[in-house]
Ligand binder design. Structure first.
Ligand SMILES: O=c1ccn([C@H]2C[C@H](O)[C@@H](CO)O2)c(=O)[nH]1
Ligand SMILES: [Zn+2]
Length: 149
């Protein structure tokens, strides 16, 4: 068990988030090219949890990261507001979302906590999106109201 000191989650919720993130990486990633499995779990403002993983393609550039695959799942099921997001990668150290994913997360969770785990869940980092993507561009800049749910 690793220690959780986050106001967003109870200790049980944190452990379950971590487990499902690792499980998503192990069981759901399609990454025959990089062989780098990434899992993602998110929670929406409606209290729903979605999981996903990276999905690669023979045309390498067509692949999609775990974060965008998972957010797309949630949004297309009608859940457009994120409460938190977690990722885990196939590495010793926790991985952090790529630049495109930071922007993608920002649309639906302008300042969500981002939990990052290493491959066995023994290490993690929590950062808020605004620290990963300062001075960001979003719907408000185009006069669009962000989704409420
Ligand atoms: O935060 C990240 C970083 C990388 N990847 C994926 C993209 C590609 O499939 C593989 C190697 O870059 O990992 C993610 O899904 N999320
Ligand atoms: Zn990405």
């Amino acid at each position: 068990m690793i220690h959780n000191d986050h106001e967003e989650l109870s200790n049980e919720e944190f452990q379950s988030l971590r487990e499902s993130c690792l499980k998503a990486a192990r069981n759901s990633a399609y990454c025959p090219y990089s062989k780098f499995r990434v899992g993602c779990v998110l929670e929406t403002s409606t209290g729903k949890r979605f999981t996903g993983a990276n999905v690669e393609n023979a045309s390498y550039g067509a692949g999609i990261c775990a974060e965008r695959a998972t957010i797309t799942k949630a949004v297309t099921e009608g859940h457009k507001k994120l409460k938190l997001i977690a990722i885990s990668g196939d590495s010793e150290e926790p991985i952090s979302p790529c630049g495109i994913c930071r922007q993608f997360i920002r649309e639906f969770g302008p300042n969500v906590p981002v939990f990052m785990f290493n491959s066995d869940g023994s290490k993690f980092i929590k950062v808020f999106l605004q620290d990963l993507l300062p001075l960001s561009f979003g719907p408000e800049n185009l006069g669009i109201e962000p989704a409420l749910q």
